[in-house]
Design a protein around this ligand. Sequence first.
Ligand SMILES: Cc1cc2nc3c(=O)[nH]c(=O)nc-3n(C[C@H](O)[C@H](O)[C@H](O)COP(=O)(O)OP(=O)(O)OC[C@H]3O[C@@H](n4cnc5c(N)ncnc54)[C@H](O)[C@@H]3O)c2cc1C
Length: 404
Amino acid sequence: MTDPTPAELAAAAEEYLAAHYPKAGNRGPTRFDWGVGSDEVRVFQEPDPADEAEAMPAVRAWRQGLWDAGFGWLTGPTAYGGAGLSGEHQREFEKVTRRYQVPGDSMLTISLGMIAPTLLNWGTEEQKTEWLPKLYSAEQVACQLFSEPGAGSDLASIATKAVRDGDNWRITGAKVWTSGAHLADVGELICRTAAEPRHGNLTAFLLDMHAPGVLVRPLRQMTGGAAFNEVFFDDVVVPDSRRIGGEGEGWKVALTTLAHERNAMGHSAFGGVGILSTQRLVGVIRAAGKQDDPVVRAEFGELISRLRAARYTNEVIAAQTRAGTAPGPEVALNKVALADNMRRVGEFVADVLGEAAVADTGEWGTFAWTSLMLGAPGYRLGGGTDEVLRNSVAQRVLGLPRPT
Ligand SMILES: Cc1cc2nc3c(=O)[nH]c(=O)nc-3n(C[C@H](O)[C@H](O)[C@H](O)COP(=O)(O)OP(=O)(O)OC[C@H]3O[C@@H](n4cnc5c(N)ncnc54)[C@H](O)[C@@H]3O)c2cc1C
C-alpha cells in the first residue's frame, strides 16, 4: 500500500476527529482575544491532584484512539508500530487537531517527548517492540528519574545504587523533583553501578513505578501546585531486561534524554497563542491604558525582537531535526531563550499592570499572571540550569575552552 499524501492524511484525520471530538470554537486557538474565555496563564500544568486523576483517563483514551486509528506515531518506524511518514504529515495532522477540542498530549510530554525517543535510540529490539507502542498509546506513562538531592547539574555524582543480583538489579536510593511521578507507570532511572570512573559508572533502567519498594511523595510548590515528587527506592528489584543501553552507558543514555528535553522545552520559545503571545501582551498594554507610554513601547519592542529571534533559532533547529539530525548541544540555546523570555515577559507584565498583577480583584487577565511570575524561575532550572547550558553552548557549540 502506498503512503497517503499529507493532504490525504489530513482528510483522514479530519474524519476521525470529527467522529470522536467536538469542534473547537470558530477561530480555534489560532487567535487570542483579550477578555474572551479563560484568562489562565500556566507555565506548568499543575492541576489539583483530583482533577489530574480525573483528566488522565481521557488523555489515555485519546492516545489509545489515535494509536488504534493509525495516527498515534506518524513519523515512527513501522517496525515498532509507527506510520513511517514525514514531518510534513505530522504538521498537517497537528493543524487538523487544533480545530477540535481534544485532551491533547500536554500530560505526556516527558513520556512522548523524552523517554520514547531515548528508547528508540538506545533500546534493544525487544524493548523497542514492547515499549514504544505502549508509550505512544499511553497504555504506559513514563517519568524521568534523574535528579537527586545532591546531584542536579552534577548528574554524574548521583548516589542511587543498582547492584547486580543474577538476572536482576537491586536499587536503593532517592530521587527528587520528579515531575509526574504520581501519574507514571514507568520511569527512566539513572543509577550508579560502579564506584569509578566518573561518567562511566552509571547505568539506565526502565523502572516499574508500581514495583514493591517504590515510594512516591508529592512536593508542594510556591505556585500552589504539586507537580513534583520525591521518589524513594527501598531494595527495588529490576530485571536486567529493563536495562537501557549497556552497563556503564547511563551517562550517554541520560545525555540523549536531556537533549530531547531541551529541545521539547525550547520548542515553544517563539511564542504562539500561549503565554508568550504578542496578542496577549498587546491586550495587557491596552487594558492598562499604556499604549502611548514611550517606556512601555520601547520595552515591548525589545521583547518582541527577542521572541522573534528565538523563533528563528527554533525554525533552524526544527529544519535540522526534519532533515534527520538528532538534537545536539545547540538546542540548549532555545531552552535558555525560553527561560529568559518567560522571565522578561513576567517582569514586563508586572511593570505594566502594577498592583493589578498581584491583587486578586477578579479583573480579567490581571491576577492570572502570578502563575507565570512564580513559575517562570523553574524554567531556568528544569532540564538543566541556565548557567550549565550556557557553559555547554560555550564549549560544545562555540568551541571555547573549559575554564581552568
Ligand atoms: C520545573 C522543573 C521540573 C523538573 N522535572 C524533573 C524531572 O522530571 N526529573 C528529574 O530528574 N529532575 C527534574 N527537575 C530537576 C532539575 O533537573 C534540576 O533542578 C536541575 O538539574 C538543577 O539541579 P539542582 O536543582 O540540584 O541545582 P544545582 O545543580 O545544585 O545548581 C545550583 C546552582 O549552581 C549552578 N551551577 C551548578 N553547577 C555549575 C557549573 N558547573 N557551572 C556554573 N554554574 C553551576 C546552577 O546553575 C544553579 O544556579 C525539574 C526541575 C524543575 C525546576
